[in-house]
Ligand binder design. Structure first.
Ligand code: 5RP
Length: 296
């Protein structure tokens, strides 16, 4: 492990990071409508937090001491940005389709495809020098392996690794997945290794069947994202499996802040990561904490 990775918990060598960067391409996100309000009660329970520049500058609770890994790639959104391409594709594919409803359904499908392709068209949005000036511990950059802008996104990470190193920043490589990409061990193994090869100090990916194979193939430490919100018991179970199979921690968002009891959930996740609790014991902890009115 690179010796400048200073964000791991000193006792366990693992990490619980709170991901609050979702708005950078999806805008208002359930649970993050007021990012500051969401983040504040969770901060005592995380080892690091990963916001966007906007959230970091405007919404972080005053006096936050928790290390920050700043989202540093972006530049796209979940709406299609090229209506000309959309109409062109529609006229090609729907040439024999007279039915208005069928054409509309096709338009939506094509728009979806275009969004998925274009989301990979990211650039670096915060320079390493600016991130260092802001006093953050590190930056995160997504790579879109297998997507249209694969090369550009990998080069974003490679350059950030060069520049980040000069500024003493930790660089987190994120293996972004589009709707059309299978989250299996083969694909995530490829994407995580490519991120490590291009200089990521830590790689963020998803848990999948055969996760050990992903970890074995990647010489950089791996943290998992949570993905879409699932029941708490399920999220705690895949956290446990990820740690048992070699992840060094989590960088988790929706499964924490979209829980009806975010503080109880982050504490339960923390107990899986740092105290090696079983999923059942962690879920019991979640339920006990959920029953207690919040005083934090
Ligand atoms: C996108 C991301 C997300 O914005 C986020 O950090 C993922 O967190 P979660 O899946 O746990 O909500 O990394 O590439």
């Amino acid at each position: 492990m690179s010796d400048h990775i200073t964000i791991m918990n000193e006792k366990t060598g693992r990490i619980v990071m709170l991901a609050v960067d979702h708005g950078y391409f999806q805008g208002p996100t359930s649970g993050l409508e007021g990012p500051g309000k969401t983040i504040e009660p969770l901060l005592p329970w995380c080892d690091a937090v990963s916001p966007t520049k906007g959230v970091f500058l405007r919404c972080m609770p005053a006096g936050t001491k928790t290390p920050v890994i700043l989202r540093a790639s972006g530049g796209n959104a979940i709406v299609y940005s090229d209506p000309v391409e959309l109409e062109r594709e529609l006229s090609i594919r729907a040439s024999g389709v007279a039915d208005e409803a069928a054409r509309e359904a096709m338009r939506e499908r094509i728009a979806d495809e275009i969004v998925n392709r274009e989301l990979s068209n990211e650039a670096v949005t915060v320079s390493a020098a600016e991130a260092a000036r802001l006093g953050v511990a590190g930056v995160s950059v997504s790579v879109y392996v297998g997507a249209r802008y694969q090369k550009e996104s990998i080069l974003n990470l490679a350059r950030m690794s060069d520049e980040g190193r000069r500024e003493g920043l930790i660089v987190l490589g994120i293996t972004a997945v589009g709707k059309e990409m299978t989250r299996d061990a083969r694909y995530l193994g490829l994407a995580t290794r490519i991120a490590a090869e291009h200089g990521a100090d830590v790689v963020k990916t998803y848990y999948c069947e055969g996760f050990e194979q992903v970890v074995r193939g990647c010489f950089a430490p791996i943290v998992i994202a949570g993905g879409r919100k699932v029941p708490e018991r399920e999220a705690l179970a895949f956290c446990r499996r990820a740690i048992d199979e070699g992840a060094v921690g989590v960088d988790m968002g929706r499964n924490i802040f979209q829980s009806a009891h975010p503080v109880a959930m982050i504490r339960a996740v923390r107990s899986v990561v740092h105290d090696d609790l079983s999923p059942d014991a962690a879920y019991e902890m979640f339920e006990d904490l959920s029953a207690v009115p919040l005083t934090e």
